[in-house]
Design a protein. Structure first.
Lengths: 532, 157
């Protein structure tokens, strides 16, 4: 008698795949969908960057130079919405799609069709966000949403049709995020290779798991908030209208209950990928795996109980101010554990500084500045001075550009050879890093000083005393924007050809994804890996 | 030679790294978390958060439900005596087909992607097997079945 038991993922949903445009429209393959997310993210990143370069051009000198104040407000709001919802979040989801199945030893994401729908909601959402600009040119409406990305009532209740378009866009983006989160959770929990316990998972999967938890917890709050806004605008309700018995501050609670965890939704996947890069280029195992996982959890939980520090100045009662101040500051404890682990991973390692590592080291320093300046804003007394100033603008760009986008770029350089099968141009990569890092600091360090000197954010004109720093900041912004073209060129060049990448790509890379060929075959694991 | 002893048996199941109990725990934790938030905001007047939280949890539960529905799926091929039995469980339905071992043919076809699909054929009917097997496993099972079925097996007697 001969008996055997086979255990393998079922993988019959795309045994034969279409080619051409239909491949991309109907694909359920995680790598194709990951590529679409990353491409969409790059396009929106460039578009969002263009919008803010127009803003910086206006701010180059005091006085009104190139646009009307209303258009200035629209550019700022749409820039933020695009960068957060259409550039950063899809980039992280793109990495999740590409890498989670490879890292977990699964042939695909758990719910491939849901995955396809999740992506294809994004382009209509982006069109909704941008369409009011075009409609205004045709004489319809008064342009895009002009409230900033925060939609604060009562301003947003009074805005034009751009606000309605933005509300529907946010709904679509939210549905897409929830679909992605559900897929990530089901994949992580159900499709790990035999032997891969949760505490043996790659740390990137941990970062994404907590991101998915946060999205599921907070997206309904945003969705509820913007829907209430919509009913206030068109259906005669008074949720946020004080004259009708409503409360405009309630909107701020609703928005920031989503908005603050959103920062960690963007950052946690990056915190997950950074240890992989540090381990590879320091040639050492990740220091403090468990400490990092527990810190992720601590930060995830704390992130949903600190939201009101974004509006300390609205007149919250003193006990609330104290609670939100101390709870916000307490986030620095698990974050400090993460910084310690990242530095300890590098400590006495045989470090080399290829482009992903350069971006990672730069990321640690710049994101550290973002974290420290966040502590300043967490202080109620200090925040009263700095609230709504350029100090806040500089702080969150150190957090979201340095902490988010530079981390994503580190990930792109790290995984691009695996994805494409070609090595990128190292010289161009390093040039991109140095130009980005220097130009980023030239752009945003002056904004700290502008904020400290009292320049408010979201104004198209300013007092003469702020001229020099604004001029420097604008020059930095244009160099920063132009230097991203090097990145685009390098990525396209790598996709099209170049030096062949080995399966392992990097000398000390560790993980299941590096056991597959570069690029991985259409069906990732024809043989189920087993983790010991 | 007819005998009731099982000569060959292979069982293939999909990989599931989480048990039913753990799945319920994950859904429960998320539901408690999300509904607590929705309740708190509803009490503050923002009741529109509640339907969104509910819809989202329904979608989450449904996603896990789809996966759980297939947690017990399996395929087995059993050869005993002159019987070759193919048993499949898909969702909650179990089906069994019995072929005559001496008439059964093993059919292996290569897909455009370079992988192989495996069928057992008898009397103008084909039954695909190996959905839960890797390509290598399908090839191994195909060669094992070829040695135990049809003319080859008869010749071996």
């Amino acid at each position: 008698m001969s008996t055997a038991t086979a255990t393998h993922h079922q993988d019959d949903h795309h045994a034969e795949h279409p080619t051409g445009i239909m491949r991309w429209l109907t694909t359920t393959n995680h790598k194709d969908i990951g590529t679409m997310y990353l491409t969409f993210s790059l396009i929106m990143f460039l578009l969002g960057g263009l919008l803010i370069l127009a803003v910086r051009a206006e701010l180059f000198q005091p006085g009104m130079q190139v646009m009307q104040p209303e258009f200035f407000n629209q550019l700022i709001g749409v820039h933020a919405l695009i960068m957060i919802f259409a550039a950063l979040m899809p980039a992280a989801t793109g990495f999740a799609n590409w890498m989670l199945p490879l890292q977990l030893g699964a042939p695909d994401m758990a719910l491939p069709r849901l995955n396809n729908w999740g992506f294809w909601l994004l382009p209509p959402a982006a069109i909704l966000l941008l369409a009011p600009f075009v409609l205004a040119l045709l004489g319809i409406g008064d342009g895009a949403v002009a409230t900033g990305w925060t939609f604060y009532a009562p301003l947003s209740v009074q805005g034009g049709i751009g606000t309605d378009f933005a509300i529907f866009s946010v709904h679509l983006l939210g549905i897409s995020s929830v679909m992605g989160s559900i897929n990530v959770l089901v994949t992580i929990f159900n499709m790990r290779a035999p032997g891969m316990t949760l505490m043996k998972m790659p740390i990137f999967a941990w970062g994404w798991m907590i991101t998915a938890f946060l999205l599921i917890a907070t997206i309904p709050v945003l969705a509820g908030g913007v829907t209430m806004l919509l009913t206030d605008r068109h259906f005669g309700t008074h949720f946020f209208d004080a004259a009708g018995g409503g409360d405009p501050i309630l909107f701020q609670h609703l928005f920031w209950f989503f908005g603050h965890p959103e920062v960690y939704i963007v950052l946690l996947p990056v915190w997950g990928l950074i240890p992989h890069i540090l381990t590879t280029f320091s040639r050492k195992p990740t220091y403090g795996y468990k400490a990092q996982v527990y810190s992720f959890w601590a930060i995830g939980i704390l992130s949903v109980v600190v939201w009101a520090h974004h509006f300390f100045t609205v007149g919250l009662p003193t006990p609330a101010l104290l609670y939100f101040m101390y709870s916000t500051m307490s986030i620095s404890l698990p974050l400090a554990v993460l910084f310690f682990c990242w530095i300890a991973t590098m400590w006495r390692g045989s470090m080399t500084f290829e482009t992903p590592m350069l971006f990672t080291v730069g990321w640690i320093i710049l994101f550290g500045i973002g974290g420290l300046t966040g502590l300043v804003l967490a202080d109620v007394a200090a925040d009263a001075q700095y609230h709504h100033s350029y100090f806040v603008v500089a702080h969150f760009h150190y957090t979201l550009f340095a902490g988010g986008i530079m981390g994503i770029m580190a990930g792109v350089y790290y995984w691009l050879p695996k994805m494409t099968g070609h090595m990128y141009n190292e010289k161009l990569g390093k040039l991109h890093f140095w130009l980005t890092t220097i130009a980023f600091n030239v752009t945003f360090i002056p904004q700290f000083f502008l904020g400290l000197a009292g320049m408010p954010r979201r104004i198209p004109d300013y007092a003469l005393q702020f001229s020099e720093f604004n001029m420097i900041s604008t020059v930095g912004a244009f160099v920063l924007g132009l230097s991203q073209l090097i990145f685009v060129y390098n990525v396209i060049r790598t996709v099209r050809g170049g030096e062949k990448a080995t399966d392992k790509v990097w000398e000390s890379s560790v993980g299941l994804e590096w056991t597959l060929p570069s690029p991985p075959p259409y069906h990732s694991f024809s043989e189920q890996p087993v983790i010991k | 030679m007819a005998t009731s002893i099982v000569d060959y048996k292979v069982v293939a199941r999909p990989n599931h790294s989480m048990s039913r109990k753990e799945t319920f725990r994950v859904i429960a934790v998320l539901a408690i978390f999300s509904l607590s938030i929705a309740t708190a905001f509803s009490l503050l007047g923002a009741w529109l958060v509640f339907p969104f939280a509910g819809l989202e949890l329904l979608a989450l539960a449904y996603a896990f439900h789809i996966v759980l529905c297939h947690a017990d799926d399996y395929e087995s091929i059993t050869i005993s005596g002159d019987r070759l039995a193919i048993e499949k469980q898909h969702y909650k339905s179990t089906s069994q087909v019995v072929l005559n071992r001496y008439w059964a043919q093993v059919v292996l076809k290569e897909t455009p992607g370079g992988e192989h699909r495996l069928w057992l054929r008898s009397h103008d009917k084909e039954f695909e097997v190996g959905r839960f097997m890797s390509d290598r496993q399908r090839l191994v099972v195909a060669s094992q079945l070829k040695m135990r079925t049809g003319a080859v097996y008869q010749g071996a007697i």
